[in-house]
Design a protein around this ligand. Sequence first.
Ligand SMILES: Cc1cc2nc3c(=O)[nH]c(=O)nc-3n(C[C@H](O)[C@H](O)[C@H](O)COP(=O)(O)O)c2cc1C
Ligand SMILES: Nc1ncnc2c1ncn2[C@@H]1O[C@H](COP(=O)(O)OP(=O)(O)OP(=O)(O)O)[C@@H](O)[C@H]1O
Length: 280
Amino acid sequence: MKTIHLNASNLTYWTNQSTPNVMALGFFDGVHHGHKKVIQTAANIANEKNVALTVMSFFPHPKTVLSKTGEQPFHYLMPLSKKASILESLGVDTFYVVTFDKDFLSLLPEQFVSKYLLDMNVVHVVAGFDFSYGYRGTGHIDRLRRDAKNKIDVTKVDKVDFGGKKISSTWIRELISHGKMDKLSKILGRYYETEVQWNGKYLQLSPYYMLPASGYYKVILSKKNKLQEETEVFIPESDNGIYLLKNTKHQFFFKEKCKITWIRQMSMAHTLHSTNASII
Ligand SMILES: Cc1cc2nc3c(=O)[nH]c(=O)nc-3n(C[C@H](O)[C@H](O)[C@H](O)COP(=O)(O)O)c2cc1C
Ligand SMILES: Nc1ncnc2c1ncn2[C@@H]1O[C@H](COP(=O)(O)OP(=O)(O)OP(=O)(O)O)[C@@H](O)[C@H]1O
């Protein structure tokens, strides 16, 4: 899979390189069940039409560009590299990441469709029932065919829900911020995973991952998907560290980057209980 970072200055070059394709549209943070349905629907159509499968996403997240100063910081669920590897596993041929800046967000819906979809050889767009685009988000999937002057077919994917509630990246962020990792795994379809690195004192979260709420967690530590150990970690309220508890066997995890798979929160304690655990 090819990842292409698009912006106003290289757009013409990449539109000239493009071939007919079916495109899934959206930010896709976390790549949850709803996102997968959108991408798999696009994959089936690309297969039927015998053209390439592409995904167009944006970076940074629109909310970070549009939010007013002083608001809460935005937490990504995963970095672009992780999103790209999941998209590749879903059969995507090209992953376009458009720089979401003030000029781009000011494009009118029909300008976006003309410059970024029609010129990019998109023959069919697939997006969810709530996808929006263009200045102030006024473009909606229902008007995309009209904006494309009937030159692009459109498939709208119905809402994927869990217990009647729309599965969304926002809901997943809320669950992580409350430490509800077991419920989250049902919504995401897998456990939440983050990359971490030992800094001599604690495991430090790599950028663009989200740190769960403070407390004790059952986790799986793994390195290169081979070496695995189920253990416990503690996140205090006072800093952003992930502290290993003394019973961790594989101290050699520490030197390199490793993965934490978050299974469940065991207790919500904000400070370390000195009686039952201590930090290595
Ligand atoms: C060309 C373009 C311009 C946009 N301008 C705005 C904007 O002015 N205000 C806004 O809230 N969102 C804007 N958006 C963001 C969309 O509303 C939406 O969040 C984004 O396309 C990602 O879709 P998704 O959230 O359904 O994945 C724009 C999107 C595009 C593609
Ligand atoms: N639960 C869902 N069912 C069907 N389509 C979905 C669902 N969630 C998102 N989509 C679609 O997937 C694409 C990416 O959506 P987006 O990144 O906005 O996800 P989201 O989970 O709604 O995020 P956020 O909570 O940050 O708004 C869009 O086309 C959107 O319409």
